[in-house]
Design a protein around this ligand. Sequence first.
Ligand SMILES: [Fe+2]
Ligand SMILES: [Fe+2]
Length: 292
Amino acid sequence: MSDGSTGNGRKGPRSHPPMFPNPNVLDEVLYTYLRRADRMGWSAYELVEQDSITNIARPERLSEQQVSAVKTVLYVEDHLPGYLSEYLRLMTDPDVPDEQHIVNRNTLHFTFRWVAEEDRHAHVLEMYLNKTGLCAPTELATEMVCERKTAYDFPYEHTVEGFVYLALQEKATHLYYRALARDLDEPLLKSILTKMGADEASHGAFFYDLLIKCHKGDLDALSQKISAVANDFKMPVQNNLTNYRRQVLGLMRAAPSYKHPDVFADMMGAVERAAKQYGRESLQLITPEPVT
Ligand SMILES: [Fe+2]
Ligand SMILES: [Fe+2]
């Protein structure tokens, strides 16, 4: 019987990798994320209410390229129904060992809040494009259907590599929204992208925390996994957009201050800081109290 390993964590025949994440680490990281999410709540309706559209929005200041980039961001966010069904398929798999099943159920506490926040991103952008008159609602809805119809196939099974991929995806969206907000001159869209970017930073923090704390004794192994996954990673749902190359090029041109290599550097930096911190902690543990 094959053990299903393809050597890089990518999909292969059935296998049961070691349990991940560690249940105690998950509890701790979940608490931090969910409490933070409670404090960060915002309403898409409040952001694009008529008053803001009339008094704050300056859609005429956006270039065609910037409007296209916002539409691409919307299509990416709007892939949510597809990737939620993929995650649910993986997380509710009845054939995994019971203890993995229990930890998967607990991981869904994160997933459900996370997808609610991602859904808010698609919703706020769709409302923004329609209410500002930048798009005609029926045309936009048709384009969204077209993009959404391509099946989303998560490139990893429920493994550490899958979580690394998600961490990179969250960090890429965080850094991209921050760059786009900085590079365009429309105050309402800047606020929307800033709110979205803060959510993405919070999602990224969840994955960083989880991965780093689960690898406390072996951060070198985590760094190697990050390097391997980052080699294949470009942008979220990269294979699901029509004319992917054109759309990604448009994203980059609309936000020239976005630097894709920063995504990898940011995650490796977080691992390095953790290694230093853990090093200091263990030094404190073994250094005897000074005798006075
Ligand atoms: Fe998002
Ligand atoms: Fe996100």
